[in-house]
Write a protein that binds this ligand. Sequence first.
Ligand SMILES: NC(=O)C1=CN([C@@H]2O[C@H](COP(=O)(O)OP(=O)(O)OC[C@H]3O[C@@H](n4cnc5c(N)ncnc54)[C@H](O)[C@@H]3O)[C@@H](O)[C@H]2O)C=CC1
Ligand SMILES: O=C(O)[C@@H]1CCC=N1
Length: 273
Amino acid sequence: MQARRLSFIGAGNMPRSIISGLVKGGYDPKLITASNPSRPKLDALEKDFGIVTTQSNHEACDKGDVVILSVKPQIMADTCKDLIEHCDIQGKLMVSIAAGITTGRLMEMLGDYAKVVRTMPNTPSSLSLGMTGLYAPESVDLEDRDFIAFVLNHVGKTLWVDTDEQINTVIAAAGSSPAYLFLFAQAMQDEAMAMGMSKDDARLLVQQALLGSAEMICHNPELELSELRAQVTSKGGTTHEAICTFQDNQLESIVSKAMQAAVRRAGEMANDF
Ligand SMILES: NC(=O)C1=CN([C@@H]2O[C@H](COP(=O)(O)OP(=O)(O)OC[C@H]3O[C@@H](n4cnc5c(N)ncnc54)[C@H](O)[C@@H]3O)[C@@H](O)[C@H]2O)C=CC1
Ligand SMILES: O=C(O)[C@@H]1CCC=N1
């Protein structure tokens, strides 16, 4: 695949995770530019990954063949307006990682520009263990689709979805979900500490159990998740008591409500911004 110049507009947590995974995955840092209004995050990116940085969005946009719009959804419209007023974006592939900005809305923000891809990555990208959903309208050709998937495959796995709405499902199941799992881990750590364990020991127990469980899911694709659970759950044993407690307290329903809330919020953001 022919390398292209990538420019990130906005240099917060998510682009940092992607840049980290890209550089670790062998992408030439000199082909990566990031812009941000203030220096500290840019200095850290320069120091840690050797990429090019600038405080000017215009300079970053001009430098990129692929421009990855990485600002908060709230300022996406203003940021795009400013870019199209000052930069020539014709021919560039414009990619958004923002939650809640539909592809149609993004095209509109870019002055009815059609070469756009909507993506939804997650922060495990920093360890090359990311999961990114992608959606592109028909106006994006195969070469551009393959290129952006090639870039994001450097930082984990990718999944093309068939409709713009399905990106909201990606948000609920993969974009936001690391935070659900961190919350679950934190609750287990807190309880292990309440039971008398030191903070570090409690964290070790929890993190290794989560890591091992995730690996078991990945290494046993032929086993349903319910079967993996059954393998831990001895009849009349401890796990059964814990699982019954979760189920008596509607864990499945809570998860479903939380995912629906994330999707609902994405819909609201599409209207608001
Ligand atoms: N954090 C996450 O796990 C994920 C975030 N996203 C999306 O990524 C986007 C960025 O999120 P984060 O990196 O988490 O946010 P963040 O709050 O860490 O970073 C936002 C960055 O934008 C910069 N900024 C502010 N005004 C700007 C401007 N006019 N031009 C350029 N940069 C500007 C800020 O200085 C800051 O560094 C959002 O749209 C979010 O929906 C998508 C998937 C996951
Ligand atoms: O919370 C958010 O809106 C962003 C999108 C997915 C993860 N973080």
